[in-house]
Design a protein around this ligand. Structure first.
Ligand code: ADP
Ligand code: MG
Length: 264
């Protein structure tokens, strides 16, 4: 049988321990994320979007967190998988990625050597070039591959982080608001990168922008206060929301985006 669900999630709960209280960040999340569809997660700040991504590859276990429930990745129980192997297949790019304090080239070559144990210099050269091309960064950096990566702009560092992840040949890429701090031009670059990458890797993408969701999403999940309120094909969820909660969220967002657009 072909497993058409990328992730199958049942009754997932996550609690964080904060100083003197417990925060219930994900509440009974049950859903399926389809394979080969660009999935976009929307919701207000604090609704659990980042926690949800972190839980899919078990990075959440590095926090002071308690987890219950079930997650299957292509039919396999993730809590029975070796976390290192899981994280090499399901790779997350952080909301504010950093350029490692080394050259642009080494930012990609270093994880290739340390995580993937690639040793052949020509193979590494090839991978670095391929990843930078896929991330739409090659043209801008090909003549200064050995310059410090810390000199790159915010938008370039975001693409460098995507290139670093892609070079590891992940099966799934988790992107947490990759354009949250970028100007419109860098945002367009990242969106083009994502559209190109979705042909070869499953992507789950968190965004604060409904307009961006409309441009990219094939499947949409809406989170509110740790719960999934709606999920389904993008055109249904975004254009014909079933719940008042999502309708309210979409109208508030449309208004805010309109106001932002007028300000610029
Ligand atoms: P979003 O990405 O939608 O903004 P988060 O997943 O970051 O939401 O946060 C969900 C809830 O969990 C919030 O109440 C937040 O304060 C809390 N939270 C997130 N990360 C941590 C953490 N590392 N430690 C404690 N609480 C956290
Ligand atoms: Mg977040």
């Amino acid at each position: 049988m072909i497993e058409d669900s990328l992730f199958t999630i049942e009754n997932l709960n996550v609690w964080y321990r904060q100083k003197n209280r417990i925060v219930h960040a994900l509440k009974d999340v049950t859903l399926k994320i389809p394979a080969r569809k660009l999935t976009v997660i929307i919701g207000r700040s604090g609704s659990g979007k980042s926690t949800f991504l972190r839980t899919l590859n078990r990075v959440v276990e590095m926090y002071d967190a308690k987890i219950s429930g079930k997650i299957l990745y292509r039919g396999q129980d993730v809590f029975k998988m070796n976390p290192q192997i899981l994280r090499s297949k399901v790779v997350m790019v952080l909301q504010r990625p950093i350029a490692l304090p080394m050259s642009i080239y080494d930012n990609i070559a270093y994880p290739l050597k340390s995580i993937k144990k690639v040793k052949d210099k020509r193979e590494i050269d090839r991978k670095v070039e391929e990843a930078l091309k896929l991330a739409n960064l090659w043209e801008e950096v090909k003549d200064r591959l050995h310059h410090p990566a810390t000199q790159l702009s915010g938008g370039q560092i975001q693409r460098l982080a995507i290139a670093r992840a892609i070079a590891l040949d992940p099966e799934v890429l988790l992107l947490d608001e990759p354009t949250a701090h970028l100007d419109p031009e860098s945002t367009r670059y990242i969106e083009n990168t994502i559209l190109k990458l979705k042909e070869r890797v499953d992507i789950i993408f968190v965004t604060h922008s409904i307009e961006q969701a409309r441009r990219l999403a094939e499947y949409v999940i809406y989170f509110e206060d740790g719960r999934v309120i709606e999920e389904g094909p993008a055109e249904e969820v975004l254009e014909r929301p079933r719940t008042d909660r999502l309708r309210r969220f979409l109208s508030v967002f449309d208004r805010e985006e309109l106001e932002r657009a007028v300000e610029v």
